[in-house]
Design a protein around this ligand. Structure first.
Ligand code: DGT
Ligand code: CA
Ligand code: CA
Ligand code: ZN
Length: 588
């Protein structure tokens, strides 16, 4: 049973809410809520203990009654009491609990006094203001409720890293300009560089005003809710404020926490997560006779570290763990042994090996592409326009490719003191795994990025064969965006990555992390598997025009999450080593 804790915590949470709607016993409601919290924070999966009431009851914070219910769930996959409680409500009513701003008490009111039994009922009643008659509702609250319902229906989706990061950087910059703010930072999954973000978490450290302790924090939240892109204020308190920023295509929630400079490090650590990493750190603290929370690391009830994350890790006997590794995937053990990898960083990238020009679907000339790459400090740029089958992208016919290579060589010659310009192609991997140009033509190029663009809904077995066959073409240097997925838009292929990676290892070629924030393909997990198999990565932006090199950061964050060092990445090689590596991938 995967992740029994999460399911169990949700069940207890729901039992508490349903009981509250039914105006049940306060004592039982509290007990269910407490059980949900304890289970949610457990470091180990309850499924690993098994349905043994005695063993489960040994866990701190879990009483016998809760243990019996947990055992029943582990044994049967259900808690009978949960089903019994749900049976007492109209079928459509529990769904209302998912709407932010709607708690059990209000739901009970809507049900008993307005006859609302489902989301559809509620939406119908919200077309007028008649519900404003109910105690505690009012027109303002109804308006918020309409917005929340709309949000619940349009948001479902997590936003892409590339949507959230620029917004967060702007927000942090605004917060830093507020008087009295000492530090401002983004935390959460965004700081960990995840490919999609549920909400943005911001932390601000504000010097408290000794005479008016609450006023300083209040000033931050007042300024925050007035920021131009904020469309709704969900929560506004002295230490926590939540707002919504709704654009045309997406809506995102932003949580802001205000802390004192003293506890900034502990708060940043806590709200960066991941939750799993936090749980493991807390356990480590307990093992050392200490306690860790969002305010500090304490021993004998006295804080011993809190100002910076570095202090907290150090006092726990760990080297500093970069946010991108904080997923409880073994990083804590490595930090204990001082064996964390030195992760690749943006300035380590010295070459771009996948870029387009106006010969296919790019928006700049060979020369402008090369000069932009040089400005970024790259020693090498590869020109890789689309191949002949990519008709929509103005892919090059055999003849046009030959002319294009000549044009590239002439720019290369002109700019040879400035940057090395390589002649390549992004060659389609056709559905059967053959390439879109004959080998005689591929041989004339300095490198070949082979990518799948169509037939992406192929069955996994076919997709695997297709990629493995392409990799065995002797002229392929890099497999570009290996699955072809587009985040939140298209799933792409699901090949057996083990086989694809094994083939790449055998051939000594690289697999791409396409840095475009729609792609991030390879993803973090597959990139990790590639590294483990000794396969080199290419972190490429797939640039089509000015500004596209800025996508590189998303590829770097993904590579960091995979634990990549600069030794794992071909674009981080010095010029001579890169040229040597390129030559080594192809027949002499
Ligand atoms: P997201 O927003 O879904 O992409 O993911 P996160 O990781 O940003 O999660 P979020 O926004 O719910 O919370 C931010 C961080 O706060 C999370 O990574 C860890 C910490 N945190 C939140 N709730 C809990 C909790 O119940 N227990 C623990 N240990 N940490 C929590
Ligand atoms: Ca978050
Ligand atoms: Ca959050
Ligand atoms: Zn491309």
């Amino acid at each position: 049973m995967p992740n029994a804790n999460k399911q169990l915590a949700a069940l207890f949470e729901q039992m508490a809410a349903v009981l509250e709607i039914l105006s049940g016993d306060r004592f039982r409601i509290n007990a269910f809520q407490r059980a949900a919290r304890v289970i949610d924070d457990l470091p180990d999966d309850l499924a690993s203990i098994g349905p043994d009431v005695k063993e489960i009851a040994k866990i701190e914070g879990i009483g016998k009654g809760t243990a019996q219910r947990i055992a029943q769930f582990l044994d049967t996959g259900k808690i009978k009491e949960h089903a019994d409680l749900l049976a007492k409500l109209p079928k459509g009513l529990p769904a209302l609990l998912d709407i932010s701003g709607l708690g059990p008490k209000t739901i009970a009111l809507l049900w008993k006094q307005a006859g609302i039994e489902s989301l559809d009922d509620l939406k119908a009643k919200l077309r007028t203001d008649e519900l404003a008659q109910l105690p505690g509702l009012g027109t303002k609250k109804l308006e918020n409720l309409r917005k929340s319902i709309k949000f619940a229906q349009t948001s479902g989706q997590r936003v892409r890293l590339g949507q959230a990061l620029p917004l967060a950087l702007w927000l942090v910059d605004q917060l830093r300009q507020i008087q009295g703010v000492k530090h401002a930072a983004y935390a959460g999954s965004l700081r960990r560089g995840k490919e999609t973000i549920g909400d943005i978490d911001l932390i601000v450290a504000m010097q408290p005003n000794p005479k008016h302790p609450d006023k300083a924090a209040q000033a931050v939240s007042d300024a925050f809710v007035k920021l131009e892109p904020v469309t709704d204020v969900l929560v506004k308190g002295p230490t926590k404020t939540s707002v919504r920023i709704a654009g045309d295509k997406h809506a995102i929630q932003v949580d802001l926490r205000v802390v004192t400079p003293d506890s900034f490090g502990a708060a940043l650590l806590y709200f960066t997560g991941s939750k799993e990493h936090n749980v493991a750190l807390r356990q480590l603290a307990i093992d050392q006779g200490a306690r860790l929370n969002e305010y500090s690391l304490q021993k004998n009830d006295r804080p011993i570290a809190s100002r910076t994350e570095q202090d907290v890790y150090k006092k726990l006997g760990l080297t500093y763990i970069p946010p991108t590794l904080r997923e409880d995937r073994g990083e804590i053990t490595l930090a204990q042994k001082d064996q964390l990898p030195t992760l690749i960083e943006l300035p380590d990238i010295k070459a771009e090996l996948h870029a387009h020009t106006d010969a296919s679907d790019g928006r700049w000339s060979i020369r402008d592409l090369a000069l932009t790459a040089a400005e970024r400090g790259f020693h090498t740029i590869a020109v890789t326009d689309h191949s002949r089958s990519q008709a929509i992208a103005n892919g090059l016919s055999n003849n046009r490719l030959e002319q294009h290579v000549q044009a590239i060589r002439s720019v290369a010659d002109e700019l040879k003191q400035t940057i090395t310009v390589l002649a390549g192609s992004e060659v389609d991997i056709l559905a059967d795994g053959s390439l879109d140009y004959p080998n005689a033509l591929l041989k004339e190029l300095d490198l070949v990025v082979a990518s799948p663009h169509s037939g992406l809904s192929q069955e996994p077995a076919k997709a695997t064969k297709r990629l493995v066959k392409a990799i065995h073409n002797p002229y392929v240097t890099i497999v570009g965006h290996p699955t072809g997925r587009l985040i939140n838009r298209r799933q792409g292929m699901s090949p057996d990555m083990k086989q694809v990676i094994a083939a790449a290892a055998e051939r000594g070629i690289a697999l791409e992390i396409n840095a475009n924030n729609w792609r991030l393909d390879l993803n973090d997990v597959n990139a990790r598997a590639a590294i483990d198999a000794g396969v080199m990565l290419a972190i490429d932006t797939d640039a089509h025009g000015p500004g596209d090199f800025d996508q590189l950061i998303y590829g770097i964050l993904t590579a960091q999450r995979a634990g990549a060092t600069k030794d794992n990445v071909v674009n981080a090689m010095p010029r001579t080593a890169l040229v040597k590596w390129l030559k080594a991938t192809r027949p002499a």
